[in-house]
Design a protein around this ligand. Structure first.
Ligand SMILES: [Zn+2]
Length: 694
C-alpha cells in the first residue's frame, strides 16, 4: 500500500499547565437549552482488518444491516477541526508512563490531518490539525465523573489556558486522556464527546466541544477510541448535526454502528465510520502523489455542465503510475503494472497522454488513449488500451529505424501529439523526449517506429548560436498536415543554458530563439532566460507557415513570460499587467498550464493560464479586453481550503461552454501534503480530492 509521510513523533512535546483555580470556581450548574446527551463508545475490542494493497476499507455495519440513513439536523458541525489534547494528571510527567504523551500526539496528528478524515467530505468536513497538547498538572479522581471532566475543561478556559469558545481561536475540540488505569464511573464506556457548558455571570452561556478517551496503556486502544470520538465530534458536536435515523443517543452517531471496523492508517489504529455514499463503514487508507512534475489529464467528453468525463495520470509518492477516472464515482488503478512491459517499472515524471477516441465513441468506459511515461530506469513506456491494457517501448522497438548514435535512455517528461489515423488501432503519433545526455529525441510511427534528433538534423537550418542541448521537458503543438509524413509541428524546449528554443519543420528542420528574435517587440525588463518547462497553444492559422501560437514560460527570476507571434515575435508579463498591477510582485515556479478559449487568432485568442507561485498559491490568469488574475482554490467552497498550498504544475482540461466568459474547466494539481486536488467551476469554484475517495 502507499504510505503517506510519517510525522517525526518524538519531536512533538506537550506543555505543562498548573491548575491554580482548580475546584475554586463555583459554577451555577450544568444546564443547557435542551436535554444534554453525549455520544459514548464502548470498550468491545475488534479484530483489525488488513488494508495492505488497498486504498480504503469498506465493511458492513456491526449488525450486518446496511439499511442505515444519516441525516443532518441543521446544527453545528466542525468543517476543519482544531484539536487540542489534554493529558490529565501528574503521571504524564513521569518517564515510565506508556504510551508517552509525545507518542500519542504523533499518532493523533496523523489521524486528524491524514487520509482517515477524507471520507467525511460528504458531510462537509475535511481533515483538520492537531493544535497542540498540554499536561494538566492535577490528578483525576478514579473513577472520574462527567462533571469532573466538564469541570477540567472549564477550569482550563476560565484560568486562561485556552480561549473562551466565542473568542478568536476558541472554537477547538478538546480531548482528554487520563493516565493508564483511570476510569469513568460508567462501566463499559471507553470514551465520550459532548459540549459542556458554562455560565459567565450574568448572562453569557457558552459551550465547549470536548470529550475523553480512556487509557489501558495501549496506543492502539487510545487511537481507536479517539478516532471514533473525533469523527463524531466533527459531524455532531452539539447533538444537532449528522445522526443516524431511527436510533437515539448515545448510539446514533456515525461511529456507533462501525465499532467492529478497525484498521491501521499509516500505522495508526483507527475505527471506521458510516459513509452514506458507500452505504458501508469506511476507513480511507490514503494515496498521496508527487507534485513534481504535474498530473496529466484528458477530457473524455460528455455533458460539460456536470463536469464531463476525464482521465488523470499522476505518480504516487511510491513511484507508481496511477490512473484516475470518473464514471458516476472516481476509480483508481495502476494499469502500467498489469502489462508485461510495465511490471516492475517505477515512475517519477508526468506521463503524456493523447486521446485516440476524439469522437468519444466509448467515453463511458474511458475512451481510447495512449500514454507515454519515462520510468526511473530511463525507459520510455507506451501504454494503450484496446479491450485490455498493452505496453511496449517505442524508442527501442525490435524493428525500429533509429538515427546513428540513438540513445533510448530518457529523463523528464515526454510530450506527444496524435497525427490522426484510425483510432482503434492507435492512430499515428509523434513523441518528444529529452535523452539522458540532454538531446531532444523525436519518435514517430509509420509502419514501424522511427527515432531521430530534430534539433541537430542533417540539412537543418538553425539560428546562430544554436545549442541542441536541453534542460526542460518539451512542449509540442501540431500544425496539421498528412499523418503519413509526420504532420507539421512546432516544438519548444529550454536549453541547458536557459534559452527558449523553437523547432519547426518545413521541408527540413528549423530552429531559433523566439524570446530573443531580431525585430522582436519585448516588454521593458525582458530577459530571455527561462526555467521549468514551457507551455504552448496553437492559435490557428495557415499551418504551412507555422500557424500562430502563444507560449508561456517562467523566467529564471520567477516572472511569467508570454510570447506570441504576429508579423514578429512579442513578449510581455501578463501577471504583472493584471488587475492594474496589483500582483506585479508575484513570482512563479514549475510550468504553467494553458488552455485556449478560442477567439480571433490575430489578437491572440482568449486563454486561461494556471500557474503556481513560489509560495504555493494557485493563480488563474485570463484575458478579456485586459488581463485578470485571481486565486480559484482560495475562493472555492466558500474559502474552506484557502490555506491549501500547491507544488509543481497544474493540468487543465476544458469542459466547454461559452468562451467569452471563460468556458468551464477542471484543474488538477497536487497539494503540498501530497493530495491530488480537483478544482472546477460551476457558477462558483469547487474543490475536492478525487483520489481520496472512491
Ligand atoms: Zn459514538
Amino acid at each position: 500500500m502507499d504510505i503517506v509521510r510519517r510525522r517525526p513523533i518524538t519531536k512533538i512535546k506537550p506543555k505543562f499547565v498548573s491548575m491554580p483555580m482548580e475546584g475554586k470556581i463555583r459554577r451555577l450548574g450544568r444546564r443547557s437549552a435542551k436535554p444534554y446527551s453525549e455520544g459514548v463508545n464502548n470498550c468491545a475490542p475488534a479484530t483489525p482488518i488488513d488494508g495492505t494493497g488497498k486504498i480504503e476499507i469498506l465493511n458492513p455495519p456491526d449488525n450486518g444491516n446496511s439499511n442505515f440513513t444519516v441525516s443532518y439536523h441543521g446544527g453545528a458541525v466542525i468543517p476543519s477541526v482544531s484539536l487540542e489534547l489534554i493529558f490529565w494528571g501528574n503521571a504524564w510527567t513521569q518517564t515510565g508512563t506508556t504510551p508517552t504523551a509525545s507518542q500519542i500526539m504523533g499518532a493523533v496528528s496523523s489521524v486528524v490531518s491524514g487520509p482517515y478524515m477524507t471520507g467525511l467530505t460528504q458531510y462537509g468536513i475535511g481533515p483538520g490539525t492537531l493544535r497542540g497538547a498540554i499536561i494538566a498538572l492535577s490528578d483525576p479522581p478514579n473513577p472520574f465523573s462527567r462533571d469532573d471532566w466538564h469541570n477540567l475543561i472549564w477550569d482550563l478556559i476560565d484560568q486562561g489556558t485556552f480561549p473562551e469558545p466565542d473568542d478568536d481561536g476558541g472554537r477547538n475540540l478538546y480531548m482528554i486522556i487520563p493516565p493508564p488505569g483511570v476510569n469513568i464511573n460508567q462501566p463499559g464506556v471507553c470514551g465520550a464527546h459532548g459540549y459542556p457548558g458554562d455560565y459567565d455571570f450574568p448572562a453569557d452561556y457558552d459551550v465547549a466541544w470536548a470529550g475523553y478517551v480512556l487509557n489501558d496503556g495501549s496506543l492502539d486502544t487510545i487511537t481507536t477510541s479517539l478516532s471514533h470520538e473525533l469523527v463524531e465530534a466533527c459531524t455532531d458536536p452539539e447533538d444537532d448535526g449528522w445522526t443516524l435515523d431511527g436510533l437515539g443517543p448515545p448510539s446514533d452517531e456515525i461511529g456507533d454502528i462501525c465499532q467492529k471496523t478497525v484498521a491501521r492508517v499509516n500505522g495508526v489504529m483507527v475505527q471506521g465510520y458510516w459513509s452514506q455514499r458507500d452505504r458501508a463503514c469506511l476507513i480511507p487508507l490514503g494515496i498521496n502523489f508527487q507534485a513534481m512534475p504535474s498530473p496529466a489529464v484528458f477530457g473524455r467528453g460528455g455533458p460539460d455542465i456536470t463536469g464531463g468525463k476525464k482521465s488523470i495520470y499522476v505518480v504516487s509518492t511510491t513511484n507508481r503510475l496511477a490512473q484516475l477516472w470518473d464514471t458516476n464515482f472516481w476509480n483508481l488503478d495502476f494499469r502500467a503494472e498489469q502489462t508485461p512491459a510495465g511490471a516492475g517499472l517505477q515512475f517519477r515524471t508526468t506521463p503524456a497522454v493523447f486521446d485516440r477516441d476524439p469522437f468519444q465513441l466509448s467515453q463511458a468506459t474511458g475512451g481510447k488513449k495512449s500514454i507515454y511515461a519515462i520510468a526511473t530506469n530511463g525507459a520510455l513506456l507506451q501504454l494503450w488500451d484496446t479491450n485490455i491494457w498493452n505496453g511496449d517501448f517505442p524508442a527501442s522497438a525490435p524493428n525500429g529505424d533509429y538515427a546513428p548514435g540513438w540513445n533510448a535512455n530518457f529523463r523528464g517528461s515526454p510530450a506527444v501529439f496524435g497525427r490522426g489515423g484510425p483510432d482503434v488501432t492507435g492512430g499515428k503519433k509523434s513523441i518528444y523526449a529529452i535523452t539522458s545526455d540532454s538531446r531532444l529525441a523525436q519518435i514517430w510511427d509509420t509502419n514501424r517506429w522511427n527515432g531521430d534528433f530534430p534539433a541537430e538534423a542533417a540539412g537543418g537550418n538553425y539560428a546562430p548560436g544554436w545549442n541542441p542541448s536541453f534542460g526542460s521537458d518539451p512542449a509540442v503543438f501540431s500544425r496539421g498536415g498528412p499523418p503519413e509524413t509526420g504532420g507539421k509541428k512546432s516544438v519548444y524546449a529550454i536549453t541547458v543554458d536557459g534559452r527558449l528554443a523553437q523547432l519547426w519543420d518545413t521541408d527540413r528542420w528549423n530552429g531559433d530563439f523566439p524570446a530573443e528574435a531580431p525585430g522582436g517587440s519585448y516588454a521593458p525588463g525582458w530577459r530571455p532566460f527561462f526555467q521549468g518547462s514551457p507551455a504552448v497553444f496553437g492559435r490557428v492559422g495557415p499551418d504551412a507557415t507555422g500557424g500562430k501560437k502563444s507560449i508561456y514560460a517562467i523566467n529564471t527570476d520567477g516572472r511569467l513570460a508570454q510570447l506570441w507571434d504576429t508579423d514578429r515575435w512579442n513578449g510581455d508579463f501578463p501577471a504583472e499587467e493584471a488587475n492594474n498591477g496589483q500582483f506585479q510582485n508575484l513570482r512563479f515556479q514549475g510550468a504553467p498550464a494553458v488552455f485556449s478559449r478560442g477567439g480571433p487568432p490575430e489578437t491572440g485568442g482568449k486563454k486561461s493560464i494556471y500557474v503556481i507561485t513560489t509560495d504555493g498559491r494557485l493563480v488563474q490568469l485570463w484575458d478579456t479586453d485586459r488581463w485578470n488574475l485571481d486565486f480559484p482554490a482560495e475562493e472555492a467552497n466558500n474559502g474552506q481550503f484557502a490555506s491549501l498550498r500547491f507544488q509543481g504544475s497544474p493540468a487543465v482540461v476544458n469542459r466547454g461552454g461559452p468562451d467569452a466568459t471563460g468556458g468551464k474547466k477542471s484543474i488538477y494539481v497536487v497539494a503540498t501534503d501530497g493530495r491530488l486536488v480537483q478544482l472546477w467551476d460551476s457558477d462558483v469554484w469547487n474543490l475536492d480530492f478525487p483520489a481520496s475517495h472512491f
